[in-house]
Design a protein around this ligand. Structure first.
Ligand code: ME8
Length: 506
């Protein structure tokens, strides 16, 4: 089985911030989970380097756009390993392979009679690189703005159009038959309602600037940046060569995007694809928006969160964990230092870290750093192993639907039950009364620790590996299989080190 996952490609008009990091980490978590399922995973991210917004940012710095994007894309490339993410390809839309591929898509649409030349007159937001209807705008001091505050300008020019209106019924039919192809459900409903409200043909070229992919056979026009941008998902798997191995193995993709760009992915993109005779995406998951201490994150407010600063302050896995434990994936979230500290302390230090440390150090001190598989499980032990099976099933169901927060919660519930089991079984008392039983208890709980670390591995890979290393367990090339069966070999404890230091809250 194969699995293709993508982030949006980020605009190279500025440096990356926590919002970009969030989507990239989400994809890394989902990619790692799918690898544990044994799937052949392809994880793509990249940069969106064309369009008026990027051109404007370059002009502001007196640079030519290519020089500018060459510089800025490096920031996005370098951030990936810093976030602990392992990607398979990084695409830049200024690459030759991409120019070729987006022009091929255009030609295919033209061949299928989906494009015509006319005149466009209407409102355009450079910040959003999107067209708006007057009914979607508000007027402030004589100027028009979108609901999210982006200024718009009146554009009047010759333009190519894509026959989006022809795809209204087909999109509705497609989504009614594929209800899980947009998640969460509220977003699915939103998209369907939008399509049912009527689709107008879409302007897909511009003549007033040059920084874009030239329209085939008419160099007066450059492609509308979104048609070029969306096409990146095909470029990376070898389009237009649709007979190549990669393309056949990986398409259709799962796209993870912010809610701000859902319409482009769930309306325009599947319409372009269907019109070109290509299967629409497997799934589009739209996540929510992060604010900072209750305020919209924006450069003008000066509250942009730098992923380097925040990760250096709290630790990589701590931030990965916070982002996906704190807020249901799909909902908006607020970044606050107090909640970060509380979350890390409660779940990682007190619940999980404490369990790991007290068991590993106890075994080192009292059982020669070694545990033998136990054969005599009693009722209580069996109940905990049953819970492991249940929580694993829950975890998989949640992860399969990108409900990352709920998947994490299932593992944390297992860990809490593990802590309660240790408290009740009290191996420190058994040490004096029944050493055989003591070893059984330690063996069972060690299994719970190891399996919890594996389930949390997609979220906190470095820490999970450290924990697994304490118990001499190698997760390289690991695949889920008979997950809730107990380990059959001796477990040697290597060392005992604190994995999640408490954060001091000020
Ligand atoms: O839209 N909270 O690029 P972009 C959560 N180039 N996520 C956030 C966020 C926040 N405050 N801010 C940004 C573009 N994001 C286009 C995409 S795809 C073919 C083209 C994340 O640089 C979120 O994933 O504006 C959002 O969708 C994306 O960054 C927008 O990045």
């Amino acid at each position: 089985m194969s699995f293709y996952i993508t982030t949006p490609i980020y605009y190279t008009n500025d440096v990356p911030h926590i919002g970009h990091a969030y989507t990239t980490i989400a994809c890394d978590i989902i990619a790692r989970y799918n690898k544990l399922l044994g799937k052949d995973v392809f994880f793509l991210t990249g940069t969106d380097e064309h369009g008026q917004k990027v051109e404007k940012a370059a002009i502001k710095l007196n640079l030519n756009p290519k020089e500018f994007v060459d510089k800025l894309s490096v920031n996005f490339i370098n951030l990936i390993p810093f976030l602990g993410c392992e990607i398979d390809d990084f695409i830049r839309t200024t690459e030759d392979r991409h120019i070729k591929s987006s022009q091929a898509l255009w030609k295919q649409l033209e061949k299928n009679n989906q494009i015509y030349l006319s005149n466009y007159e209407g409102w355009y937001s450079i910040r959003d690189e999107a067209y708006y209807l007057e009914s979607e705008l508000k007027k402030i001091d004589g100027k028009y703005f979108t609901n999210n505050g982006s200024p718009v300008e009146w554009v009047k020019e010759e333009s190519y159009f894509f026959k989006l209106s022809e795809w209204e019924d087909k999109l509705i039919e497609y989504y009614e038959n594929n209800q899980n192809s947009i998640l969460p459900k509220t977003r699915y409903n939103e998209v369907l309602q939008f399509i049912k409200g009527g689709l107008k043909d879409l302007s897909i070229s511009r003549t007033t600037f040059n920084w874009g992919v030239p329209v085939p056979n008419n160099s007066k026009h450059v492609m509308y940046v979104w048609i070029d941008a969306l096409c990146n998902y095909l470029t990376a798997i070898g389009y237009p060569d649709i007979n190549n191995k990669k393309y056949n193995k990986y398409w259709p993709a799962t796209h993870i995007v912010g809610k701000d760009i859902l319409r482009f992915h769930a309306v325009y993109w599947p319409a372009f694809l269907m019109a070109a005779g290509i299967e629409p995406p497997k799934r589009i998951f739209a996540h929510g928006w992060w604010t900072n201490e209750g305020q919209k994150i924006s450069k003008s407010v000066g509250n942009v969160i730098d992923p380097y600063n925040i990760i250096n302050e709290y630790g990589l896995d701590q931030i990965r964990f916070f982002l996906f434990r704190e807020v249901p994936f799909g909902n908006d979230g607020d970044f606050s230092k107090k909640t970060i500290a509380n979350r890390i302390n409660a779940d990682l230090s007190n619940n999980f870290g404490n369990l790991v440390q007290r068991i590993s150090s106890f075994v080192i001190k009292n059982n020669n750093s070694l545990l033998k598989p136990s054969e005599n499980l009693n009722k209580v032990d069996k109940a905990l192993i049953n819970l492991l099976q249940n929580k694993y099933d829950e975890y998989c169901n949640f992860m399969n639907n990108q409900q990352i927060d709920r998947a994490i919660k299932s593992v944390l519930e297992l860990i809490s039950a593990g802590n309660a089991y240790v408290d009740n079984q009290a191996p420190w008392l058994l040490k004096k009364t029944n050493k055989i039983r003591m070893e059984e208890v330690l063996f069972v709980i060690t299994n719970i620790i190891i399996k919890s670390s594996i389930m949390l591995y997609p979220i906190i890979p470095t820490s999970s590996k450290k924990i697994l290393n304490i118990f001499n367990y190698n997760i390289d090339n690991y695949k889920f299989d008979n997950f809730a069966t107990l380990i059959k070999h001796n477990i040697k404890i290597n060392n005992s080190e604190p994995i999640f230091p408490r954060i001091l809250n000020d």
